[in-house]
Structures are given as C-alpha cells and as structure tokens.
Design a binder for this molecule. Structure first.
Ligand code: FAD
Length: 288
C-alpha cells in the first residue's frame, strides 16, 4: 500500500513549522519518526495534504535538567531515552518503559513527542507521563502553553493539541530520590502493543507509602490516571486488604474494547494484575 499524494515540508525552526501548519490548518500534519503516521497514511486512515517534517529542527532535540524538572525535546527518540544517563539516574521508569516499546528499529526513529501527541491509547508513554505528572509544552502562532498530561487526552486520537500547534517538549517533575517505580506490560509477543499495562511511582517512609501514583495503558480510549487507586495506597503499609481495594479501584475505571488481545473482562482483570505486579516491584525498589 502507498500513501496518497502530499507536499513535503522540512522547516528548520519551530516558528517556520508553526507558520506552515497555521497556513494549511487541518490539511497539514507534523511528521516526527513517522512510525505511527506513515502506516496510517499507507492504510489511508490519514491523508494529510501537507507533511511538516520536524526532523530538521535542532531545538526539538535533547534532554536537560533545570532544578527539579527534566525537560525532554519532542524529537528525542525512544533509543535516546534508553541511552540517557540523566534519565537512568533520575527517572529510570522512562528507560524501563521505552525498552518495552516495539523493537530496536522502531525505537531508533520513533520519538517521545510523536508517541505522546498521537493520542493512540495503545502507546505506552502517555500513561507513564500521567503517572509522572508531566506537562506538555505546545507551541502555536500565539506562543507557548502548557497542558498537563492528565488533561491532554480527550478520546482515541483526540487531544488538546490544536491543528496549528506543535508539541515542542515534555516537562517532568523529578520524583524524590530513592523512589520506587515499575512499568508492567502484558503483551502477546515482543513488539506488540499492551493487552494491559500499569505504571507506578511511589515513595516509602519506613514501612508506609508516602505517595503513590498509578496510571494504565490500553484499557480505555485514553490513558487512565488511576487517582483513587493511588489515594487508597498512600499512607498504607501495603497490606493485602488495601492492595486489593486499590486494584479494584483501578479495574473500575477501565473500559477496554474486546479485540484480538482478549475480551474486555479479561483485559480489565489483566489491568488489575499489572497494577499488583507493578506495586510489588516498585515497593521493593523504594528506599525508605
Ligand atoms: P509520528 O508517526 O511521526 O507521528 C504520530 C502522530 O503524532 C501524527 O499524527 C503526527 O502528526 C503527530 N505528531 C508527531 N510529532 C508531533 C509533535 N511534535 N507535535 C504535534 N504532533 C506531533 N508504541 C508504543 O508506545 N508501544 C508499542 O508497543 C508500540 N509498538 C509498535 C509496533 C509497531 C510495529 C510500530 C510500527 C509502531 C509501534 N509503536 C508502539 C509506535 C511507535 O512507538 C511510534 O514511533 C510512536 O508512537 C509515534 O512516534 P513517531 O515519532 O513515530 O510519530
């Protein structure tokens, strides 16, 4: 299958890219790694008349730390996330999650910005960004605005991004030193999207949970921030009854489709299993 006809643009600055998008409205789409957009164009599920390749914009690359915030440029590849010493030290759950995306070929080209901007409920990074309470910097003709990852996703492939905006960077507050973390993903085979997955970040004070953040992948039209589950676990000693209540709270907000990955009831149950496994691993990793 081949995509329809389109005009290819390769701007060298964010301002130039935004101007092209503003000029063409709904007929234009940014192109990052192309590993979601190009297959959709080949299937004719997307038919943009103008492709705005962000690959020539150096300002969209890189990972930096400023005080207690880490900023990741939208064009940073999943491979670069995995290789970053800064992320390994401060936000190791990003490396753990990126390693579960697709395969090395896709990770060499696929970007963090494309993964979170796409609005595909199967993508792994959106739930992780909700778990970490990240914000997305969106740049349009009127300048920058920030939208919390927890407020960005509206429905499958519908997000808060306007057609003339580019997601330029992702800003992540650094969790406390010694925090525990885990991303648990059930998939049918290597390279597959999740049947269900869960991200957890927590801190422990002695045997008590100081804070706990939980988010779910691919068990609804959008990633899910499981705030009630996190609230139930916060302040607990992770006793069996509390964990059971938190798992039930996480399962209760899921609305998965029945598809090739299994019936809806099974995927809801697997979301609960992923939460329980991620919780156990995160608690084991946390230093009091
Ligand atoms: P693109 O394909 O270039 O863009 C995706 C969408 O986002 C497009 O609509 C585009 O217009 C928009 N966009 C891109 N960048 C921006 C921006 N900066 N600002 C505004 N809009 C933007 N992903 C997972 O998370 N988990 C998996 O298990 C997984 N498995 C995969 C398996 C296969 C076989 C393939 C082909 C892909 C898989 N992916 C998976 C998706 C992969 O990670 C994609 O690379 C990623 O989701 C999209 O990133 P991209 O850079 O390729 O974006």
């Amino acid at each position: 299958m081949i995509p329809g006809v389109f005009t290819y643009h390769r701007p060298s600055s964010v301002a130039e890219a935004v101007a092209i998008l503003a000029n063409h409205g709904d007929e234009a789409r940014p192109l990052s790694g192309g590993h979601s957009l190009i297959p959709m164009m080949k299937l004719r599920m997307a038919a943009p008349e103008h492709l705005v390749d962000l690959g020539g914009i150096a300002a969209l690359k890189g990972i930096s730390e400023d005080g207690d915030t880490i900023t990741i440029g939208a064009m940073t590849t999943q491979h670069e996330l995995i290789g970053s010493d800064l992320l390994s030290a401060k936000l190791p759950i990003i490396r753990e999650t990126a390693l579960m995306i697709a395969d090395p070929q896709i990770r060499y080209v696929g970007t963090l910005g494309g993964n979170v901007a796409n609005g595909d409920p199967g993508n792994d990074m959106p739930a992780l960004m909700q778990c970490l309470d990240a914000s997305y910097v969106l740049t349009g003709p009127d300048g920058d605005r920030q939208v919390a990852a927890r407020a960005f996703y509206e429905a499958a492939y519908f997000t808060a991004l306007a057609p003339e905006e580019i997601l330029t960077s992702i800003r992540i507050p650094v969790p406390a030193a010694g925090h525990g973390y885990a991303y648990e993903k059930l998939k049918r085979k290597v390279g597959d999207y999740a049947t269900a997955a869960a991200a957890i970040v927590l801190t422990m004070n002695g045997g008590t949970v100081g804070m706990c953040s939980v988010a779910l992948t691919n068990v609804a039209d959008t990633p899910l921030f499981a705030s009630e589950a996190g609230d139930i676990l916060t302040g607990s000693t992770l006793d069996a009854a509390t964990v059971k209540r938190a798992v039930a709270a996480a399962e209760a907000i899921t609305q998965p489709a029945s598809d090739g990955r299994g019936p809806a009831e099974y995927r809801t149950k697997m979301a609960g299993v992923m939460v329980e496994r991620a919780l156990a691993r995160a608690a084991e990793r946390a230093r009091s």
